[in-house]
Design a protein around this ligand. Structure first.
Ligand code: FES
Ligand code: ZN
Length: 275
């Protein structure tokens, strides 16, 4: 969870409707990226939501796990902070879910996100990028946890309303590296205009697209030579960043730390745990 309205609303929904959805237990996962007051506030609102709902939360502090913040990793690896951030969060979310023995990791991507990026990928990306947006991505036992996006048919405006009605406190500040993706924004504007003229258009499009994609199967996933985590090549993206930034591979230390934290959390009472 980032601390924004999407992930926190999803947490509320999964907990409040857990029984009807057949969910046994929900854990929160938050990565503190080391981005000053933005990261401090994000962690605070995530922990507040988890406390309110009695959810156990695993907070992974990037700086203490790897020795570096996102800004430092980005500068050292000479890559844009947002792309480093995406790789790090995906890696740690999967690792934490594996160590917690979870059946699936749920992400709070809503329908507007999904459509904006699907159409953007159609214009400037490729099939691989489109497939990443599929609402269900199957996992590989012991390597990759199944990914689900339960909000893929939810309008962003409905989600905003949900968070407001529930009184969910979300992070007020913005990530210092937030940039405007003008292609995604232009596509979003076009979809909004069509929706105004033809209400329900976005929902129909989202359904057609997800039917077209089907469930994403983890073809070509092997295990990283350095850390043993999933990778489409010889070395996973996380290890590549760490190698480029620090000159040495992260080794198994990150995994051992996450494993120890997950074990304590799974065995303990409801409450946050960080490390
Ligand atoms: Fe990841 Fe901004 S939240 S770089
Ligand atoms: Zn690796």
């Amino acid at each position: 969870m980032s601390g924004g309205k999407d992930s926190l609303s999803l947490l509320y929904m999964l907990v409040k409707h857990g029984e009807e959805l057949g969910i046994r237990e929900v854990y929160g996962i938050h990565v503190n990226l080391g981005l000053g007051s933005y990261s401090a506030e994000s962690e605070e609102v995530v922990l507040e939501a988890c406390r309110n709902l009695g959810v156990k939360c695993l907070v992974l502090d990037l700086k203490s796990l790897t020795g570096y913040s996102i800004a430092e990793l980005a500068a050292l690896s000479k890559r844009p902070p947002c792309s480093v951030c995406g790789v790090v969060k995906r890696y740690l979310a999967n690792l934490a879910a594996l160590e917690l023995g979870a059946d699936a990791v749920a992400f709070g991507h809503h329908m507007d996100d999904l459509l904006r990026f699907a159409l953007k990928n159609l214009l400037v990306g490729g099939r691989a990028g489109m497939l990443k947006l599929s609402p269900v991505a199957e996992g590989v036992p012991g390597l990759l946890v199944r990914k689900v996006k339960p909000l893929y048919e939810v309008y962003e405006s409905d989600l905003e309303l949900y968070a407001r009605i529930r009184g969910i406190r979300v992070v007020g500040s913005t990530c210092p590296y937030k940039y405007s993706d003008f292609i995604a924004e232009a596509v979003g504007g076009m979809l909004d205009r069509i929706e105004r003229e033809a209400p329900g258009f976005k929902l129909g499009l989202a359904r057609r697209l997800t039917k077209l994609w089907g469930e994403r199967s983890p073809e070509g996933v092997s295990s990283c030579r350095v850390c043993g985590m999933p990778s489409s090549g010889d070395v996973c993206s996380f290890c590549k960043i760490m190698l480029r930034a620090t000159g040495s591979p992260p080794g198994s230390e990150v995994r051992s730390r996450v494993r120890a934290l997950a074990a304590v959390l799974a065995g303990g009472d409801a409450g946050p745990l960080s490390g």
